[in-house]
Ligand binder design. Structure first.
Ligand code: AMP
Ligand code: ZN
Length: 465
C-alpha cells in the first residue's frame, strides 16, 4: 500500500481510498500563459507517480487537473492576488487574443507531459468553461455565511468564518499581517485577509453574475472544479510546495465551508527544482524547457529519469551533466533490455521487484528503487530473461520506455559486421521508395545471415539460425 507524506498532518500516512471506490486525486494544473519549465513538470510528475504506483497496487484512479485560462493574477503569493491577469498580459505581449494564448500553451503543456509519459488525467476542465460551477459555489458560500458581496460587484470570502485556516502551511489568520500594498488594506473587505472569490471587471474574459460582471479568483476555480469532478471526498491533492499558501489554504477553506467537512484527506506537495542552485523560475531567468533538452540531442525521458533520481519532497538541483548522465543510462538500459529480450523468458527476479515496489510504496522513494534496478542490472546470477521481466514490470511505474529497442535495435553488437550499414542503406532506400535497391540489400543481408522483416514501425533485423 502506498504511503505519502501529508503536509497537513506532517507525517507519512497510508493512502486508503474511502470505501471500495478508487483513488480520487486532484492536481493543480498549469496556468497556460507560457511553456512549462522542467521545474513545473517535476510537480506534475508527482501525481503521475502516485497514479502509477496506486494502479499497480490494484486501485482504480481518477485524476482531475485543471487548466487555468483565466483569473490567475500576477502576485499570487499574496492571500488576495491583484494586478494583471497572467494570460491577458501575455496576450498583449504576443499580440494575440487571450484564447489563442491559452490554447497554444495548453497544447504545449499536453505535448510536454505526454513526452514525459505522464498519463492524461481523466478530467481536465478549463476554468473559462466552468464559470457556472464557480457561480454556483459562490452562491452557496454566501448563503452559508462564508462569503459576502460588496457594492462594486466583487465577492469576498470571510476568512474569520473558517477557524482552522492555516492547518496546511502553518500560516494562521491571527499571524497574517495586512498586505504590504501601497494602497493599504482594501476598504471593501471586512478583514484584511479576506480574499476575492469574484472580482469585478468589465473587459475580455469576464462574465455576468447575480453580483456583477467580472471573473473568478484563482483559488475558487480549483475548489469548484475539484468538487464537481471528484466530489466532496478527495483522497489526495497535489501541487508544488509554493502552492501550500495561500492557494491551498484558501481552496481548503472554500471547499470545506461548502461541503461542511474536510474535503481533501491528504495534501501532498512536491519540493522545488533548482537550477544553478536557485529555484527554477522565469523571474530568476534559469528556466530549462523540455525543448531545450531535446534540442541538446537528449531524450525527453532523460528528464524523467533525472527527476526520479531524487525523492519528490527533497529539493533537487538539476544540471546539464545530470541530464546527460540520465540520457546515457536510459540508452544503456534500453540496449540491455533489447539484448535480454533475445534470451528465453524467465520468471522475473522477484526479490528485486519486491524491494523496488516497497521503495516506491514508501513515500515514493524513487532513488532507492533506481539503486535496486542498477543492482539487478549488474547481477549476473540472474538469467537475462529474469532481468528483462523485472525491468519491464518496474517500467510500468517508472515509465522510461525501457522496452523501446526490443526487436528494433538490431542489437548492433550481435549482428555480423557490415549488417548495420546495409540496414541503414536499406532504410534510406525504402524511404525513397527505391524497392529494387531495398530488395537487393535484403538479399545481401540474408547472405550475411540476417533476416529482415518490414513492419509498420520500420524494418526489424534478426539473426538467422
Ligand atoms: P505555475 O504555472 O506557476 O502555476 O506553476 C505550476 C506548478 O509548478 C505549481 O504546482 C508550482 O508549485 C510548480 N512549480 C513552480 N516552480 C517550480 C519549481 N522550480 N520546481 C518545482 N515545481 C515548481
Ligand atoms: Zn489549484
Amino acid at each position: 500500500m502506498l504511503r505519502l507524506y501529508d503536509t497537513r498532518s506532517r507525517q507519512v500516512e497510508a493512502i486508503v481510498p474511502e470505501g471500495s471506490r478508487g483513488l480520487r486525486m486532484y492536481t493543480c494544473g498549469p496556468t497556460v500563459y507560457r511553456y512549462s519549465h522542467v521545474g513545473n513538470l517535476r510537480s506534475y510528475l508527482l501525481s503521475d507517480l502516485i497514479r502509477r504506483v496506486s494502479e499497480r497496487n490494484g486501485l482504480r484512479v481518477a485524476v482531475c487537473q485543471n487548466i487555468t485560462d483565466v483569473g490567475h493574477l500576477v502576485d499570487d503569493a499574496e492571500i488576495d492576488s491583484s494586478g494583471e491577469d497572467k494570460i491577458l498580459a501575455q496576450a498583449r505581449k504576443e499580440e494575440r487574443s487571450a484564447l489563442e494564448i491559452a490554447r497554444f500553451y495548453e497544447d504545449a503543456f499536453r505535448a510536454d507531459t505526454g513526452a514525459l509519459n505522464m498519463r492524461p488525467p481523466e478530467y481536465t476542465p478549463r476554468a473559462a468553461e466552468t464559470i457556472d460551477l464557480m457561480i454556483e459555489l459562490i452562491a452557496k458560500l454566501i448563503e452559508k455565511g462564508h462569503a459576502y458581496a460588496v457594492p462594486d460587484g466583487s465577492v469576498f470570502f470571510d476568512a474569520t468564518s473558517f477557524p482552522t485556516y492555516g492547518e496546511i502551511s502553518g500560516n494562521r489568520l491571527d499571524q497574517l499581517k495586512p498586505g504590504h500594498r501601497i494602497e493599504g488594506v482594501d476598504a471593501r473587505k471586512r478583514f484584511h485577509a479576506d480574499w476575492a472569490l469574484w472580482k469585478h471587471a468589465d473587459r475580455e474574459m469576464t462574465w455576468d453574475t447575480p453580483w456583477g460582471r467580472g471573473f473568478p479568483g484563482w483559488h475558487l476555480e480549483c475548489s469548484a472544479m475539484s468538487l464537481r469532478f471528484l466530489g466532496e471526498h478527495i483522497d489526495v491533492h497535489t501541487g508544488g510546495i509554493d502552492l501550500r499558501f495561500p492557494h491551498h489554504e484558501d481552496e481548503r477553506a472554500q471547499s470545506n465551508s461548502a461541503a461542511g467537512h474536510d474535503v481533501v484527506r491528504h495534501w501532498v506537495h512536491g519540493e522545488h527544482l533548482l537550477f544553478d542552485g536557485r529555484k527554477m523560475a522565469k523571474s530568476t531567468g534559469n528556466v530549462v524547457l523540455l525543448s531545450d533538452v531535446t534540442d541538446a540531442g537528449l531524450d525527453p525521458l532523460a528528464v524523467r529519469l533525472a527527476l526520479l533520481e531524487h525523492r519528490y519532497r527533497q529539493q533537487m538541483n538539476l544540471t546539464w551533466e545530470t541530464l546527460r548522465a540520465a540520457d546515457r543510462t536510459l540508452r544503456r538500459w534500453r540496449t540491455r533490455v533489447a539484448e535480454w529480450a533475445e534470451a528465453p523468458s524467465r520468471p522475473m527476479s522477484a526479490d528485486h521487484v519486491a524491494r523496488a515496489q516497497a521503495a516506491l510504496d514508501d513515500d515514493l522513494d524513487t532513488p532507492l528503487a533506481l539503486r535496486i534496478i542498477r543492482e539487478l542490472e549488474r547481477d549476473e546470477s540472474q538469467p537475462p530473461g529474469a532481468r528483462l521481466e523485472a525491468f519491464l514490470h518496474l517500467d510500468q511505474m517508472l515509465a522510461l520506455d525501457l522496452s523501446r529497442e526490443i526487436g528494433r535495435a538490431p542489437a548492433a553488437a550481435s549482428l555480423p559486421g557490415g549488417a548495420a550499414e546495409l540496414l541503414q542503406e536499406r532504410a534510406r532506400a525504402r524511404e525513397a521508395s527505391d524497392w529494387a535497391t531495398a530488395d537487393r540489400l535484403r538479399d545481401e543481408l540474408a547472405a550475411l545471415g540476417v533476416k529482415v522483416a518490414d513492419t509498420p514501425e520500420g524494418q526489424v533485423a534478426t539473426r538467422e539460425g
